[in-house]
Ligand binder design. Structure first.
Ligand SMILES: Nc1ncnc2c1ncn2[C@@H]1O[C@H](COP(=O)(O)OP(=O)(O)OP(=O)(O)O)[C@@H](O)[C@H]1O
Ligand SMILES: [Mg+2]
Length: 274
């Protein structure tokens, strides 16, 4: 389990904290989705899970993050990286190899796997992520969507106990979104933990997560099951319009719970409710 206990973080030079008293548990065998508007602190939260915060980001941290008993403040970043694989929001920052294949074998080799096994694992994941045709290409030459898939694949080759993904479906077409969805579900079946940050609510419905957390202004505004997606006022906080909320609720088979005020506002704005 990853446990965050009353975590605060303020980036150096920033007037206000990006995380304000976040307490959260991320369990193995579960998919946890984090929703929230731009600047809510979602990426910052992910950076605390593998020790990037506090080890690489200057700033002031309070509280504790404990990964399977290891306090991230005290643990080596390399030790944390074995347990928590983080797929960045902007993947181009992650690549440093000459070819896609080298990029995919780098992690396993670095963790002590022998060359043949590392290659085998890389080819397996490349196949799952639709990268087989691109193995000899330099990572920088890939399209945005391909880069994103390479960044997901290069984390998966290391088989971390927890996978944290920052907006994995950005730039992906329907087919690739579906592959990412089944990959994430497989990670859950293998009793590993998944935390996914996304703005892609329709995809969240397909993903069938176990838990949903809404972040707002660096804090957790809601933490619960899929019923959160049926709460119109909560979803409005993460920037979704009532018609989208109604569509999502309908697909989930849960009636929308819009407040009378939301209904009036929606009608005044000329919007339907699905
Ligand atoms: N490296 C940094 N240095 C200083 N401030 C930062 C840094 N990264 C993020 N912030 C600030 O911290 C706050 C939270 O940012 P964060 O990137 O965690 O938001 P987010 O929820 O991931 O947003 P988005 O949906 O746009 O990706 C914002 O106010 C942001 O400007
Ligand atoms: Mg972000």
């Amino acid at each position: 389990m990853i446990e965050l206990r009353d975590v605060w973080f303020r980036y150096e030079g920033s007037g206000s904290p990006a995380l304000r008293g976040v307490s959260l548990e991320i369990r193995r065998g579960e998919i946890l989705v984090v929703l929230g508007s731009n600047g809510a602190g979602k990426s910052t939260l992910l950076r605390t899970l593998n020790g990037l915060i506090p080890h690489f980001y200057p700033g002031e941290m309070r509280g504790r993050v404990v990964v399977d008993g290891l306090d991230t403040r005290e643990a080596q970043v390399s030790e944390l990286a074995r347990r928590v694989g983080l797929v960045f929001q902007n993947p181009e920052r992650m690549f440093f190899s000459e070819t896609v294949l080298e990029e995919l074998t780098f992690g396993p080799l670095n963790f002590g796997m022998d060359v043949e096994d590392a290659r085998k694992r890389a080819l397996e994941v490349a196949e799952e992520m639709g990268l087989t045709e691109l193995l000899s290409r330099p990572p920088w030459s890939l399209s945005g969507g391909e880069m994103k898939r390479l960044s997901i694949a290069s984390v998966l080759t290391m088989d971390p106990a927890y996978v944290a993904l920052d907006e994995p479906t950005v730039g992906q077409d329907a087919k690739n979104k579906a592959s990412i969805c089944s990959l994430i579900r497989r990670v859950r079946e293998e009793s590993r933990g998944v935390i996914v940050v996304t703005h892609d609510l329709e995809w969240v419905v397909d993903l069938e997560p176990d838990r949903i957390v809404l972040m707002e202004g660096g804090s957790i505004a809601a933490d619960g099951g899929r019923e959160i997606l049926a709460d119109g006022s909560r979803l409005r906080e993460v920037g979704l319009s009532p018609p989208v909320c109604a569509m999502v609720s309908e697909r989930l088979g849960i009636g929308p719970r819009l407040t009378p005020r939301e209904v009036v506002e929606g009608v005044l704005a000329g919007r339907g409710f699905g």
